[in-house]
Design a protein around this ligand. Sequence first.
Ligand code: ADP
Ligand code: MG
Length: 399
Amino acid sequence: MNIHEYQAKAVLKEYGAPVAEGVAIFSADEAAAAARKLPGPLWVVKSQIHAGGRGKGKFKELPADAKGGVRLSFSLEDVVKNAREMLGHTLVTAQTGPAGKVVNRLYIEDGADIERELYLSILVDRSVGRPAFVVSTEGGMDIEAVAEHTPEKIVTVAIDPDTGVTEADAARLCDALELEGAARADGMTLFPILYKAFMEKDMSLLEINPLIVMKDGRLRVLDAKVSFDGNALFRHPEIVALRDITEEDEKEIEASKYDLAYVALDGNIGCMVNGAGLAMATMDIIKLYGAEPANFLDVGGGASKEKVTAAFKIITSDPNVKGILVNIFGGIMRCDVIAEGVLAAVREVGLQVPLVVRLEGTNVELGKKIIAESGLNVIAADDLDDAAKKIVAAVKGAA
Ligand code: ADP
Ligand code: MG
């Protein structure tokens, strides 16, 4: 689960991390009052969406040369003008995909005097099985380019969960970030604080880009992106309360109600599969034959008729879906039950696009018979290869 920047900063502030003063607003009418609570003379108006790259983002509704989703403002009038231009408009960034995200909230923040922009994140490093800090002196809006062209400028420091951040770890991070004087002293206290927040709140990612050294030599958290481990949310009702479902994919919310593992993707072939491994293989083979999956969907091992119907509805509600591939391996789950479920779903929601069904496993003959005798326009397939070829051909033929 993700939260907004201003919420992440509030969480980090509780732990004692240095963040700027700021006020979140939901309408442009609140902008002037919010800005008046801050000292000035520089205010920063920041779009709050669950995606990064806002500074370099573009608003769909505004001319191409208009400013992005993070705007420095030098007067109260400027703050209000920027708030009006941003709220309710669609911001497209490198992380939103081409559809962009509508900005429904803004964060008006005190402007900082920036000397240097650094990069810092904490994540779980699977290669060493530990939480790790990833830092770079080259923070700011071009970190992706740094990772690609000068990866040696990115330093990883893994932390032993038994000891937490030791003095030596913190010193290594300070060295990597070339922190001196007051900034170094700030770093020595900040790194353990961030680690504590990461661990206690069950974060899966804490990214601060940029962490800045200010003109006065002090450190400040200037941006914050936090993701939480969904499996640990039951321990953190205060975090769940920060959820903003307007930022989440409606189909994914619906899928979570039925306990379906669903992820929306950009392609046009809807997939209904049981088992995550089979779902991945199905997506791979669709790509192999030159098409793109519209989703990842694992209905699970014990899929009931209701689950299959719900899954079908979610897939068909996606206007990008031009064909559906059902690929089920009947183990505990019998193929005839799946076949009944698919037919019930098709009868209920209708079928506007080609549907290929591949069944294998327990009661496969009966399952196939049920589908063949249904009178519905379902294309049967013998194996995964055959199924993928057939759905790709059907979708390409229809296009
Ligand atoms: P994003 O990463 O989504 O583009 P950031 O919060 O990192 O958004 O802001 C982009 C850039 O805007 C930062 O790298 C920094 O240069 C500038 N910026 C952001 N917040 C402030 C602030 N409070 N004061 C001064 N500059 C800021
Ligand atoms: Mg940033």
